[in-house]
Design a binder for this molecule. Structure first.
Ligand code: THU
Length: 136
């Protein structure tokens, strides 16, 4: 369970990351805060590219920061986007998160600028997923 204090901290990291987002093409700025198993929070923002498919999502950036810091398990991600349609991680990012998550317990929180929020487990967003265990 994420405490309110932790959520507040993750929201601050995600908002700061969103402020740094590079999204000149979609103008859809995204920030993510990934909670590692050790309690550290890693931020990421989307980084688009003139060659559109080469852009990367905020969640992917946060995952890279976590792995670079030597952390290999995550507990939760909070994603901040704009508009009344609450953002949810794209299909590719759900799978990327899956690599470092326990699907039944990993929490995905979506928040918009107005502070509306919704929460799911990764298993709800990516049911019957394929993961590292399939190789053992
Ligand atoms: N995007 C993210 O960074 N995370 C998501 O969860 C959904 C979409 C980005 C990708 C692209 O830069 C922009 O939002 C519009 O799709």
């Amino acid at each position: 369970m994420l405490t309110e204090a932790l959520k507040t901290e993750m929201l601050a990291v995600a908002r700061a990351a969103r402020a740094a987002a590079y999204a000149p093409y979609s103008k859809y700025f995204v920030g993510a805060a990934l909670l590692g198993e050790d309690g550290r929070i890693f931020g990421g923002c989307n980084v688009e590219n003139a060659a559109f498919p080469e852009g990367v999502c905020a969640e992917a950036g946060a995952l890279s920061a976590m792995v670079l810091a030597g952390v290999r398990k995550a507990q939760a991600v909070l994603v901040v986007g704009a508009g009344s349609h609450l953002i949810t991680p794209c299909g590719g990012c759900r799978q990327k998160l899956r690599e470092f998550a326990q699907p039944d317990s990993f929490q995905v929180l979506a928040v918009n600028e107005d502070g509306q929020e919704q929460q799911w487990t990764l298993a709800e967003l990516l049911p019957h997923s394929f993961g590292p265990e399939h190789f053992s």
